[in-house]
Write a protein that binds this ligand. Structure first.
Ligand code: 13P
Ligand code: SF4
Length: 376
């Protein structure tokens, strides 16, 4: 439905009144009515960088979800205030790993004798607490567009630690064979598994899943020692719903279709797809696609609909991979009324829904985020 013209006018007026003092970021999964007012759109990696590159903006209005606004607060200066137009815009995946659960997991790894050779890699889609845990334990953050480089970096770090241990004489050895370096991947098991298997050439058997709801994560010490990837049992409720059947059905319905999915989809879906990539990657792939080509996209519906409209003019057919999967409900919480309210409050000198990470958490979370930004 077209946006309420009165709200559109108010959003325009509030933005004009604030000028360069405000910078509005919009994730690709946001509603059209919100994207229209974004100064920049992007995937979570690009938005993190864009937020950090705007020191002159007093206010960053983040149209996305909570963990993204937290990351923006961490990467911007003390003076800048980050606003999330609706505080209920969380992320169910990020909520699947709490600080207590992750601390307990680290104890389990320590108990099994593998913590010393394990480097945490946390997906951007995690709370600031989890990012801080990652920074404290020498790990990095990743997004869906740099997960491969993050994993390569982390394994290299793990190998360095093993080398260091051997020199100092401490035993990293088991039965005469050294323990392999490992990655604890939080909180999206699918991105972790897909990256390890598709991009680093590991086998599915190299991965184990740590279930925070079971004692010891449901794993034996031996399983932890044998694993290369320890995957947290988290997933995205939107991408988790695409199935192998969705891929089969669309191939039957549209002969010659290219199936392009986000790496938060299950491994079997990714394995059956033709291409895999982050939201930025999906957009670039469609831009580069020849006229007459057909595409089934497995990611959030707001983005797919926008792409379908945009590329219809260029004679590229873009359809949603599965007709039963829907919007990300928390991304959709940010709507035009909330955006107008946030902007008009700023015009009135009131900062509503400020997202502020405490100094101690920020220090270590920033370390982990900066390691990501420094990845080659
Ligand atoms: P990106 O492709 O931006 O990493 O986004 C995936 C996602 O689910 C963000 O919540
Ligand atoms: Fe979280 Fe999935 Fe929504 Fe992204 S799409 S915000 S990962 S629930």
């Amino acid at each position: 439905a077209p946006s309420d013209p009165d709200l559109v006018e108010r959003a325009r007026a509030a933005k004009a009144a604030l000028g360069d003092r405000v910078f509005v970021l919009g994730h690709h999964y946001q509603r059209d009515e919100v994207i229209e007012f974004a100064d920049v759109t992007g995937d979570s990696f690009k938005l993190a960088r864009d937020a950090a590159a705007r020191p002159e903006a007093e206010y960053i209005v983040f149209c996305g979800v909570h963990f993204m606004a937290e990351s923006a607060d961490i990467l911007t200066s003390q003076r800048q205030k980050v606003v999330l137009p609706d505080l209920a815009a969380g992320c169910s995946m990020a909520d699947m790993a709490t600080a207590e659960q992750v601390a307990e997991c680290w104890d389990v790894l320590t108990e099994a004798g593998v913590a010393d050779v394990t480097v945490p890699v946390s997906y951007m889609n995690s709370s600031a607490d989890i990012k801080a845990f990652t920074g404290r334990h020498g790990g990095t953050i990743c997004t869906s567009s740099n997960a491969r480089r993050a994993l390569e970096w982390a394994f290299a770090q793990g190998d360095e630690r093993r080398g260091g241990e051997r020199e100092s004489g401490a035993s990293g050895e088991r039965d005469g064979s050294g323990l392999e370096s490992k990655v604890l991947f939080l909180p999206d098991q699918h991105l972790g598994r897909n990256t390890a298997v598709r991009e680093l050439g590991m086998s599915l058997d190299d991965c184990v899943v740590y279930n925070p709801h079971k004692p010891d994560g449901g794993l034996t010490a031996q399983q932890l020692r044998d694993a290369k990837m320890i995957l947290w049992r988290g997933h995205c409720s939107v991408h988790g719903r695409f199935s192998l059947d969705s891929v089969r059905d669309v191939r039957e319905r549209i002969p010659g279709v290219n199936v392009l999915v986000h790496p938060e989809c299950k491994h079997e879906v990714v394995a059956a797809a033709d291409h895999v990539g982050s939201t930025e990657h999906i957009i670039k792939a469609l831009e580069a696609a020849p006229p007459g080509s057909k595409w089934a996209i497995g990611t959030e519906l707001n983005l797919v609909r926008r792409l379908a409209n945009r590329f219809a003019d260029e004679d590229k057919e873009v359809v949603f991979l599965d007709r039963t999967v829907c919007f990300c409900s928390t991304m959709n919480r940010i709507d035009l009324p909330h955006l107008v309210w946030a902007l008009e409050s700023l015009v009135d000198g009131k900062v509503v829904n400020r997202i502020e990470v405490d100094a101690e958490t920020e220090k270590f979370a920033k370390l982990a985020l900066e390691r990501m930004l420094a990845l080659p």
